[in-house]
Structure formats: structure tokens, C-alpha cells
Ligand binder design. Structure first.
Ligand SMILES: Cc1ncc(C[n+]2csc(CCOP(=O)(O)OP(=O)(O)O)c2C)c(N)n1
Ligand SMILES: [Mg+2]
Length: 335
């Protein structure tokens, strides 16, 4: 990505840029709503964790990155993959366990990866995205390619030792690494304050790393914070930490009855809807409701086309699946 195109990406002034940001957020929302239904109907195997309500963070960071930049994600990683530009056919085939999936259907929701677009993988291990992104940041630094690595992680990872080790190493070596914490207030079924006694900003400060805390439901706020952070990182000033306060609308996993959340919290989630908040901004800035609705209809159509494509896909064969999991020297008796 050239310096010029990077600079261009970092503004959100024109109507087409506003609609572009909205498209990223709405794609995540509409894909995940569809996934929720597919999962309930038994068409998506395994567990899925939806990021509905948190779309602004992924979309904002995706907006600021170029194709050579890299990201490492979490178990709640669909939005990150989509914002980084994964193709819908590749994505749905992967989630629906098809041979045509981006990881041949072997990875599924928690292991979606596509190195060719800089998506280093979703990850079921809490905190594991962080050292993976750190390794990628070292590669960027060694290659002097001007790219940035981004580690997405949840508030649940704040108590993981690997975050603290990675902050130290990133600061020591001035790595081109952006730490993006999606603080949705919950780690599985426990509120953040029952898991972590410190504050992320204090931890960042202890390692002498600049820090910003933003409303993670306001996409332009996240873009603003991310823009400054990424510009600095690209200029060689080392790592940066952004904490985005957001809300998890669904259960920890699809099907979680959420008996541990109080009714008020659940009833008021809609007040923080990142799409609605951004729609209000767009309507004041020359975008019409018609354009917003047309964009959503267009995405919905594309999603349906990809779901149908995945439905027609092939089931991975047993032999191929074993080749990708076990060494060729191991004999597998599956009779
Ligand atoms: C190292 C590790 N410990 C525990 C778990 C079990 N676990 C899965 S998700 C999760 C909570 C993660 O919370 P957070 O990081 O805030 O992400 P969120 O689900 O809120 O997006 C836990 C504890 C795990 N997968 N890995
Ligand atoms: Mg959380």
C-alpha cells in the first residue's frame, strides 16, 4: 500500500467513505445474524461466538489497514476476518465445513485464517492472538516493509501472562504492533472485575506504551484513535494499546441462556448499537435512509448467494482430513 493510499484511507469525510465504513460494519452484522440462524438449524457445526454489538471495532481497524498489514484474532473473530477482507464464499464454506472453505473446512469458526489477506487466524486460546501478532510484527520489522500487526483480544486476556510478556517485548524492541482490546465487560460468564484487578492503561503505562481508551461502539472514535496509533507505529515509534469499551449482545456462545446477566443490561443493549449510532451520523452528513437500506439489501443478497454456494460445497473427505491433521506416516484405522 502506498503512503498516499494509506493517507486517503485514514479519512472519513466523503459520503463514499462513510458508506464504505458502514458496509464493513453491516456486513459483519448481517453475516453473523445469518450464521446464528444457520447454527440453530444445524448447518454450522461446532461452537460459534458472535460479535454482534461489537462491529465498530473490527470495522474501524479494518478501515485503517492495508493488505500487507496483519491481524491475529480471537474465538470471537468473524468480524475481524470480514473486516480484513475475507471473501464471503471462502468464509461461509469454512464455517459450514466445506472442502471449498478457506481452510478446507477443517478450521471452522474458531480457526478461520487466510494468510494471503493478512488474517493470521482466529484462535480458541484466550490471549494467543497476542504473541502471534507479536511474531508477525517482528517479521514486519525485520523485513522493513512498513506494515503493522494488530493483536485483537478481549478483556478476558488482560489477566493472561502472555499479554504482559508481549507488552514488554513489543516495547523493548519497538515493534510495529497495535494491541486492540475489545472490552465487552464479560469473559465467558464472569464480569471483568471478577477476573482482573488492574487497569489496562496502568499495565500499558508500566511498559511505557502509549494508550487510548475509546467508546468502542462509535466507529469514528475508534478510527480516530486507531489512525493516530497506526500512523505513529508506521513511523517507527513502537507499539500502542487501544482499549475499546463495547457490548456483547449475545451469549458467550450461541445457545448460552445468559442467566448470569441482569434484565436491565440485556434490555438496554440496543442503546449502544454501533450501526444505529453510525446511521444517525451518516443521516446528518448527506447519506440518505434509502442509500443505507439499499446497501443492507445488497449485502443480504450477497450473503444468501454465499450461503447457497456453501450448501452446494463438498464435505471434506476422511482421507484428506487425516492428511491435514496427522503425519503421513501414521496409519489411521477408520473402518
Ligand atoms: C487460555 C484459556 N483459558 C480459558 C479459556 C476458556 N475461555 C474461552 S473464551 C473465555 C473468555 C474470553 O473472554 P474475553 O477474552 O473477554 O473474550 P469475549 O468472549 O468477551 O469476546 C474463556 C475463559 C480458553 N479458551 N483459553
Ligand atoms: Mg470479554
Amino acid at each position: 500500500m502506498t503512503k498516499q493510499s494509506r493517507e486517503k484511507k485514514n479519512t472519513a469525510d466523503s459520503k463514499s467513505e462513510l458508506l464504505g465504513i458502514y458496509r464493513r460494519m453491516a456486513t459483519i452484522r448481517l453475516v453473523e445474524l445469518r450464521l446464528g440462524r444457520l447454527f440453530a438449524d444445524g448447518e454450522v457445526p461446532g461452537f460459534i461466538h458472535l460479535s454482534i454489538g461489537q462491529e465498530a471495532v473490527a470495522a474501524a481497524i479494518g478501515e485503517l489497514l492495508g493488505p500487507e498489514d496483519t491481524i491475529a484474532s480471537t474465538h470471537r473473530g468473524h468480524g475481524h476476518a470480514l473486516a480484513k477482507g475475507i471473501a464471503l464464499n471462502d468464509f461461509f464454506c469454512e464455517l459450514m465445513a466445506r472442502e471449498e472453505g478457506v481452510c478446507k473446512g477443517r478450521g471452522g469458526s474458531m480457526h478461520v485464517a487466510n494468510f494471503s489477506i493478512g488474517m493470521l487466524g482466529a484462535n480458541a486460546i484466550v490471549g494467543a492472538s497476542i504473541p502471534i501478532a507479536l511474531g508477525s510484527a517482528i517479521a514486519h520489522q525485520v523485513r522493513k516493509n512498513g506494515s503493522v500487526a494488530v493483536a485483537f483480544f478481549g478483556d478476558g486476556a488482560m489477566a493472561e501472562g502472555v499479554l504482559h510478556e508481549s507488552l514488554n517485548m513489543a516495547a523493548l524492541w519497538k515493534l510495529p504492533l497495535l494491541f486492540v482490546c475489545e472490552n465487552n465487560g464479560w469473559a465467558e460468564f464472569s464480569p471483568t472485575h471478577k477476573q482482573f484487578v488492574a487497569k489496562l492503561e496502568d499495565i500499558a503505562s508500566a511498559f511505557n506504551i502509549p494508550f487510548s481508551k475509546v467508546n468502542g461502539n462509535e466507529v469514528l472514535d475508534v478510527i480516530e484513535a486507531g489512525k493516530g496509533a497506526i500512523e505513529g507505529i508506521r513511523m517507527g515509534s513502537g507499539p500502542y494499546v487501544i482499549e475499546c469499551i463495547t457490548h456483547r449482545w449475545r451469549g458467550h456462545y450461541e445457545g448460552d441462556p445468559q442467566k448470569y446477566r441482569n434484565a436491565y443490561e440485556l434490555e438496554t443493549l440496543g442503546d449502544h448499537d454501533p450501526l444505529v449510532l453510525f446511521e444517525k451520523i451518516m443521516l446528518k452528513r448527506d447519506v440518505s435512509q434509502f442509500e443505507i437500506d439499499a446497501l443492507r439489501t445488497d449485502i443480504e443478497k450477497q450473503v444468501e448467494v454465499s450461503v447457497e454456494f456453501a450448501r452446494q460445497g463438498r464435505d471434506p473427505s476422511w482421507e484428506q482430513a487425516c492428511l491435514d491433521v496427522y503425519s503421513k506416516t501414521i496409519e489411521v484405522n477408520h473402518g
